[in-house]
Design a protein around this ligand. Structure first.
Ligand code: DSN
Length: 416
């Protein structure tokens, strides 16, 4: 196998799968709230020779020679992250949001310490202490939730739980909670019980960077995020923190939780962060939220129940139990996939079905907004979704919606 041959000659099966995945992304409406499309520049950085380089350590202090160029890249990613989030310190090496969270836990907690975090069924994340994740196995986890009547976090109850359980850390942040967190209130509760506050902004990293979502940086010792959701910097994670914890976090990321950083991904972050510092990105982030709110308006008008009644950000959580009790989340996901609308099934507060079945779907706008969709087009998309859910066995409806989806995809190419 010649070293310098293109992929389609050396391993055509993989080349073909990559081509087909690109076609799939171009020819469907990607509405998984945690997904997005990175720029050609980020793709170029991530597909570069930086993947060949070992760089354990940090810029200016590595355990390997030949790091002068990756040092430049990482230093730039760090500076751009500090600027975007107004933070004293940034570590751009975590391979994912989960490993960013792991690093924060390792930095300041001992095994057995107590974490107070949002329940998974109420929108939380596995790495916030779920029993199947290292976080639930190493730490003693208490969970807070949303008010069953409003769908909003019950901060009075959270405060009561914090005072009663005296956690070492309170985690704010979520995967499927459609409202802004009151970071100031959680920070004050954490201070009152002498706990650390970790704000995991994985889903809203880009919205916080653009200033269209509240920032937790003033109210949390640690802020973690992923870099491939609402910010388009390629797959990875990040930690920002106060200066006093900089050394602890750096040691916890490397050598504590990880070995060599993925320098091609760090380069993707540097490029994506540069893009996020532009006015165009701020307009993008505003449009993400406007699109989600328009989607919510149409869903409500057409009778869907939304957890908390709507959204402050990029995602909606549709509770199908009232409007479509005959449909599970899995069935809704599958029906929509059949017409080219890609969403994910999702547990809802008070869930009675398994995580593989669920009673809800989560719908997000970051990727469609990257393709240039505006509110008027979101109305069309919303109608397409509800038409299919309302008539799951009507082939004429499915054909009409699939054709409309094709039109929308053709008029909104991603990379072409
Ligand atoms: N699995 C991601 C999501 O879809 O929200 C979070 O890590």
């Amino acid at each position: 196998m010649a070293f310098d041959q293109p992929l389609d000659r050396t391993v055509p099966s993989v080349a073909d799968a990559i081509d087909r995945e690109r076609d799939r992304q171009e020819s469907t409406l990607g509405m998984i709230a945690s997904e997005n499309h990175v720029s050609a520049a980020v793709l170029e950085a991530q597909g570069s020779t930086l993947t060949n380089k070992y760089a354990e350590g940090y810029p200016g202090g590595r355990y390997y020679g030949g790091c002068e160029h990756v040092d430049t890249v990482e230093a730039e990613a760090i500076e751009r992250a500090r600027d975007l989030f107004g933070a004293d310190h940034a570590n751009v090496q975590p391979h994912s949001g989960t490993q960013a969270n792991m690093s924060v836990y390792f930095a300041v907690l001992e095994p057995g310490d107590r974490i107070l975090s949002l329940d998974l069924d109420h929108g939380g994340h596995l790495s916030h202490g779920h029993s199947v994740n290292f976080s639930g196995q190493l730490y003693d986890v208490e969970q807070y939730g949303v008010d069953p009547d409003t769908g909003y976090i019950d901060y009075d109850e959270l405060e009561r739980q914090a005072r009663e359980t005296e956690p070492a850390m309170i985690v704010s942040g979520s995967s499927a909670y459609p409202r802004e967190f009151d970071y100031e209130r959680i920070g004050a509760i954490a201070d009152a019980v002498d706990a650390f506050h970790l704000a995991d902004i994985a889903h809203v990293t880009g919205l916080v960077a653009a200033g269209v979502h509240a920032s937790p940086v003033e109210h949390a010792e640690f802020v973690t995020g992923s870099t491939h959701k609402t910010i388009r910097a390629g797959r990875g994670g990040i930690v920002v923190c106060d200066a006093e914890y900089a050394d602890d976090i750096d040691s916890a990321v490397f050598p504590g939780a990880q070995g060599g950083p993925l320098m091609h991904n760090v380069a993707g972050k540097a490029v994506g962060f540069a893009e996020a510092q532009t006015d165009a990105f701020e307009r993008y982030a505003e449009q993400v939220v406007a699109n989600a709110q328009r989607l919510a308006d149409v869903f409500r008008e057409r009778g869907l129940s939304l957890v908390s009644g709507g959204t402050d950000k990029h995602l909606l959580l549709v509770d199908l139990r009232d409007s479509h009790p005959e449909l599970t989340g899995t069935e809704a996901e599958s029906l929509l996939s059949d017409v080219g609308v890609v969403v994910n099934k999702n547990s809802v507060p008070g869930e009675t079905r398994s995580p593989m079945v669920t009673s809800g779907i989560r719908v997000g706008t970051p990727a469609l907004t990257t393709r240039g969709f505006d509110e008027a087009e979101m109305e069309t998309v919303a109608d397409c979704i509800v038409d299919v859910l309302d008539a799951p066995e009507d082939e004429a409806v499915a054909d009409r919606v699939a054709s409309r989806v094709d039109d929308l995809c053709e008029t909104h190419p991603i990379y072409d």
